[in-house]
Design a protein around this ligand. Structure first.
Ligand code: GRF
Length: 234
């Protein structure tokens, strides 16, 4: 299988980028990161790109530049590395159809909550404030709204009574670092199919390994992709 060529878009820390690069280097993710792009100058994430010898490029929004004009420029730069999928890893802008239409069903994101709860910014603080007992992360396809696209994988963590937004964020983040490479591997293997806004996962009889310290396994679809060889093992 040819590795899936990825472009990764970042704005800051880059721990998910690091998890993806490590999974590629370790052989658990059959992908290659062809380029890393940022809307900010020298985000910490670029350090991880450099260590893995991946080209890193800032596409800075111009003063007064429209969203559409910026997204067209960004898309042009991203197209330059001929990605087969675009991975948002802490990219702090909402992409408009100008960008998304160039990569149909090929842009994915990770969000630090169990969508559709707690969309947008400060999802972990929203979860603590709401008093929910569980939260987690969601990997989903990106559509033109914020955190609303079809869900690929979710992973669940408990929320403790004494959690702060920071302690919860740290617990969720370690789960993100497992969930994102796992979801991209499913995409690389062609096991994802969007139907009526739902993502059908063809597990091909292979149960995903539960994450360490997991209280709930990956949320699995019990549906079969058309033409797949999935056997429900339940
Ligand atoms: C993560 O919590 C991710 O879920 C959210 O932004 C954060 C990015 O963190 N979309 P990092 O830059 O990958 O460390």
């Amino acid at each position: 299988m040819e590795p899936l060529r990825l472009a990764v878009l970042v704005s800051g820390r880059g721990s998910n980028l690091k998890a993806i690069l490590d999974a590629v280097a370790g052989g658990s993710l059959e992908a290659s990161v062809a380029g890393v792009f940022s809307d900010r100058i020298e985000p910490p994430a670029f350090e991880w790109a450099r260590r893995h010898r991946v080209p890193a490029l800032t596409v800075l929004p111009g003063a007064g530049e429209s969203r559409a004009a910026y997204d067209a420029r960004l898309a042009g730069a991203v197209q330059g590395v001929r990605p087969q999928a675009v991975v948002l890893a802490g990219f702090m802008r909402v992409l408009s159809p100008v960008f998304l239409e160039l990569f149909p069903d090929r842009v994915i994101n990770i969000h630090p909550a169990l969508l559709p709860s707690f969309r947008g910014l400060d999802a972990q603080a929203q979860a603590v404030a709401a008093g929910v007992r569980f939260s987690g992360c969601t990997v989903h396809f990106v559509d033109a709204d914020t955190d609303t696209g079809p869900i690929i994988l979710q992973s669940v963590v408990p929320v403790n009574q004494d959690d702060t937004p920071d302690t919860l964020a740290a617990r969720i983040l370690s789960r993100e670092h497992q969930a994102y490479p796992a979801a991209i591997q499913l995409l690389a293997e062609g096991r994802l199919q969007i139907r009526d806004r739902r993502v059908l996962v063809d597990w091909q009889g292979r149960r995903p390994r539960p994450p360490r310290d997991s209280i709930v396994e990956w949320q699995e679809s019990k549906d079969t992709c058309a033409g797949g060889s999935h056997r429900d093992q339940e």
